[in-house]
Write a protein of this length. Structure first.
Length: 292
């Protein structure tokens, strides 16, 4: 069955939910309405309405004007994943020297940026979430401090955006692993789309369990954008598989969880180098016995 979507962005949570409430009163009625924050620190919120018949464009134009929102983008979506549709309509993300974008924004890639093409799919990591953005910013900072590469792995890679960022700027091949085979398929597709085949190897496995990871350890840099629980469980292995003077970039950590994660990793031989909060999420850059 054909579905229609009407998508917009605007500033502020209260304004977004007010627009959501107003959408419920228009005709034809939406079959569903979604509201979520674009977690890049911009304060923008996405509002999407879904319809079983073509929505009233004039009514939507009035609502967007009344609520200081961007004009609605109306699209016909036959048998399509609505979450993916919303992700495809998100704006590009700039994170230091990196620029994450969808194919529809290929003409917006700025000169001098390392562009990362990510298409929405059933895997985490489009760059809009505060965790992915934080990891890219932490990596950008590490590069500014002179990090020159070596053995690098992205554990729990999702779309492989972090692995690809490393492969874009450093000379060495990069590993990317995920426990979810679907995520690994998405990662491989993104690697190919970015012309990085042979530069990023994607494998399936939990933590450091994949044979390819054990063969290439110890790592000079580990990305792990997962969740607090798995990060805490991985801390001993993280110490085991990270090289002396190596680094880890950790995220998927709620702000109130950060001190617990820092404590666990300090007890496993890591020192905190940088910490950034983006909306509800914290990213940590930690070094294993870094040089003084």
């Amino acid at each position: 069955m054909t579905t229609f979507t009407a998508l917009t962005t605007l500033s502020g949570e209260s304004a977004a939910y007010a627009l959501s409430d107003a959408l419920e009163a228009i005709m034809p009625e939406p079959t569903g309405i979604g509201v979520f924050e674009i977690e890049d620190g911009s304060g923008l919120w996405e509002v999407g309405a879904y319809f079983s018949e073509h929505p009233d464009a004039a009514a939507l134009a009035v609502l967007s004007a009344l609520h200081n929102a961007k004009p609605f983008t109306i699209s016909e979506v036959p048998d399509q994943d609505w979450v993916s549709k919303v992700q495809r309509d998100l704006p590009p993300v700039s994170a230091g020297r990196f620029f994450v974008y969808g194919a529809h924004d290929a003409d917006k890639v700025p000169t001098g940026k390392h562009a990362l093409l990510i298409e929405a799919a059933m895997a985490f990591g489009t760059g809009h979430h505060g965790t992915t953005l934080g990891c890219l910013r932490a990596f950008d900072w590490l590069l500014d401090e002179g990090f020159g590469g070596g053995q690098i792995v992205d554990v729990g890679c999702g779309t492989a955006v972090l692995a690809m960022a490393a492969a874009k700027v450093l000379p060495d091949p990069v590993l990317a692993s995920d426990i979810d085979p679907v995520a690994v398929e998405v990662a491989m597709a993104n690697v190919a789309a970015n012309g990085l085949a042979g530069r990023v190897e994607c494998v399936t496995g939990a933590g450091f369990g994949a044979p390819a990871l054990q063969q290439h350890a110890p790592f000079d840099l580990v990305f792990a954008n997962i969740l607090k629980g798995p990060l805490v469980d991985l801390a001993p292995d993280m110490a085991r598989f990270t090289a002396d003077d190596g680094y880890v970039i950790l995220s998927g950590i709620l702000n109130e969880q950060a001190e617990d994660v820092i404590g666990v990793y300090q007890r496993n031989g890591f020192n905190l180098l940088e910490k950034e909060e983006i909306v509800d999420w914290t990213t940590l850059l930690m070094g294993k016995n870094p040089p003084v």
